[in-house]
Design a protein. Structure first.
Length: 213
C-alpha cells in the first residue's frame, strides 16, 4: 500500500509539473519590438547646396507624457488611449525619434554633421533643432469592430542659434495618414516612420531658407 501511495504521489507531481509547463508555454505571447529610421531615403542627385557643410545639433526631444511608455499607443475615439502589451518600441521613444530625424537629415543633404545631444563640449553648430512631439500613435474608430484607422504624428519644432539661444524659425508638422489596418502594428510603425521622414523634410526646408538669408 505504501509503495502504491508513493507511486501515485510521483505520478501526481509529474503531472502537475507537466501541466504548469504547458500552461506557461501556451500563455506566453512573444513581444514584438520595433525601431524607427528604417525607411529608404534616396539621396538627391543635386542635394540642397545651401546646406552643404553646415553642422546641426539636435536637442533632447520633448515628448507628451502619455507617450513615454515603450508600449505603442493607439487612440480610440476622442479620449481613450490603449497601450499595447505585446507591441513595443525597441528603445525609448525620444531617442528613437531624434535618431531617425538625424538619419533622414544626413541622407537628405550634405551637412557637415548632424549630432544628437549630448554632444561634445565646446562643439560649435550653425543651428540647433528643438522638437516637441505631441502625438505619435495609431488612431482607431471608437467602434471596436471597425478596422480602418490612421497614423498621426504632430510635432512642433524650433530652429535656434547656438550662441544666444535666439529662435530663428518655428513650425508644425501635422502628419496624418489613412490606410492603417487596426491591429497591424508593423504597418503602423512604417506609417509613423514615414511621418518622421516628412518631419525631417520640413526641417530641411526651413534650414535651407535660413541658410539663404
Amino acid at each position: 500500500m505504501q509503495h502504491a501511495m508513493k507511486a501515485m504521489r510521483r505520478i501526481g507531481l509529474c503531472a502537475l509539473i507537466g501541466l504548469t509547463g504547458c500552461s506557461l508555454s501556451r500563455g506566453e505571447t512573444p513581444q514584438q519590438h520595433y525601431v524607427l529610421g528604417g525607411g529608404r531615403v534616396q539621396r538627391n542627385e543635386a542635394p540642397h547646396p545651401r546646406l552643404a557643410g553646415l553642422a546641426i545639433g539636435v536637442r533632447r526631444l520633448q515628448l507628451a507624457s502619455y507617450l513615454e511608455s515603450t508600449s505603442i499607443a493607439v487612440r480610440r475615439g476622442p479620449q481613450a488611449i490603449t497601450l499595447s502589451e505585446f507591441h513595443r518600441w525597441g528603445e525609448p521613444l525620444p531617442g528613437g525619434i531624434t535618431r531617425a530625424v538625424a538619419a533622414y537629415l544626413t541622407a537628405g543633404a550634405p551637412f557637415r554633421a548632424v549630432d544628437l545631444a549630448p554632444w561634445p563640449l565646446r562643439e560649435k553648430y550653425d543651428y540647433l533643432i528643438q522638437l516637441h512631439v505631441l502625438h505619435f500613435e495609431g488612431v482607431a474608430p471608437a467602434d471596436p469592430a471597425a478596422r480602418e484607422g490612421e497614423a498621426h504624428l504632430l510635432a512642433r519644432w524650433e530652429i535656434i542659434r547656438q550662441g544666444d539661444g535666439a529662435v530663428l524659425a518655428r513650425g508644425t508638422t501635422n502628419y496624418r495618414k489613412e490606410g492603417w489596418r487596426v491591429g497591424d502594428y508593423a504597418g503602423l510603425v512604417t506609417l509613423l516612420d514615414t511621418g518622421v521622414h516628412v518631419l525631417s523634410n520640413d526641417l530641411m526646408a526651413s534650414l535651407e531658407k535660413l541658410a539663404a538669408r
